[in-house]
Design a protein around this ligand. Structure first.
Ligand code: PBG
Length: 325
């Protein structure tokens, strides 16, 4: 009789037949930073801290020592520095740029990734430039935004970012950023593209952390419809042709089919972002005692890898790495 249970009989056999592994080396830790000398808890994201530059450098060091190879930075920008064109995004002395320099000086072997988009800097809270049409509706301008994103990416590369990660979903931005980086001598700076970023309800806690929610309207004219997967394939083909080094799907857990589809389509590495709402659904259920938090955390991450992701951005990175060691 064929008995699949024979391969599940002992821990040793189970480890031999395991199809997917999860290790700290697969994880990327998102870090929130602000212009303040002290580190503060984030009200909309229990268990997550907004760091001073010094605190961020310390936290990145702890994560790196746990085997986490990379961090990605998200800045909370003071209201006084926000403007319609988000010009602060490409200030070489801005918060992100100074933090990148401090991180690379303290931890040369840490991979530092930065977010490319205007929403933390834009007084309208959108990822791109906003124009109001005659009928009162809002339009997010594509090509004008891409020019600003190129300047932001060049500024991050000058500060020493290893990889820039455009999260704005404007058309053509990967090709434009690649050219802008190559033209200024940053051929080695990589592009992790948010290839299939959905207009998701799961980003709410993150927008609270950065105070970056749109002042008006939503992001559905640039972020994707959760109903679509063929459209993700189109975005993946375009990003690969435009020169992206890594393709990302976001959110992760409700979009495992999208991860699998992109994995099948491209030889490029695939990343997935377990976003703030996914983190808090698990945390919330664990904190009330409804589920075993550690087991659910590891199961959610292994499922994302099983679907085809090579790396995962997750607020659980430190906790997971500690459990996996
Ligand atoms: C914006 C950006 C968002 C996230 C990462 N970059 C939010 C948004 O698109 O509104 C969300 C991450 C999370 O929810 O954890 N460029």
């Amino acid at each position: 009789m064929i008995r699949p249970r024979r391969n599940r009989r002992t821990e040793a056999i189970r480890s031999l037949v395991g199809e997917t592994t999860l290790s700290p080396a697969d994880l990327i830790l998102p870090l929130f930073i602000h212009e303040d000398d002290s580190d503060k808890p984030i009200a909309s994201m229990p268990g997550v801290t907004r760091w001073s530059i010094e605190g961020c450098v310390r936290e990145a060091g702890v994560a790196h020592a746990l085997g986490i190879p990379a961090v990605v930075l998200f800045p909370k920008i003071d209201d006084a520095l926000k403007s319609p064109d988000g010009g602060e995004a490409s200030n070489d002395d801005g918060l992100v740029q100074r933090t990148v320099r401090a991180l690379k000086a303290a931890h040369p072997s840490l991979c530092v990734i930065t977010d490319i988009a205007l929403d933390p800097y834009n007084s309208d809270g959108h990822d791109g430039l906003v124009r109001r049409n005659a009928d009162g509706s809002l339009q997010i301008l594509n090509d004008e935004t891409v020019e600003l994103l190129c300047r932001q990416a060049q500024s991050h590369a000058r500060a020493g970012a290893d990889i820039v990660a455009p999260s704005d979903m404007m058309d053509g931005r990967v090709a434009a950023i690649r050219r802008a980086l190559d033209d200024t001598g940053f051929q080695e700076c990589g592009i992790l593209s948010y290839t299939a970023k959905y207009a998701s309800a799961l980003y709410g806690p993150f927008r609270g952390a950065l105070d970056s929610a749109p002042k008006e309207g939503d992001k559905k004219t640039y972020q994707m419809d959760p109903a679509n997967v063929r459209e993700a394939a189109l975005e993946a083909d375009l990003d690969a042709a435009e020169g992206a080094d890594i393709l990302m799907v976001k959110p992760a857990g409700w979009y495992l089919d999208v991860i699998a589809e992109i994995r099948r389509r491209t030889p490029l590495p695939v990343a997935a972002y377990q976003v703030s709402g996914e983190y808090l659904m698990l945390r919330g259920a664990a904190d009330t005692g409804w589920i075993d938090g550690d087991s659910a955390m590891l199961e959610s991450l292994v499922a994302i890898k099983r679907a085809g992701a090579s790396m995962i951005l997750t607020y659980f990175a430190k906790a997971a790495a500690a459990r996996l060691r």
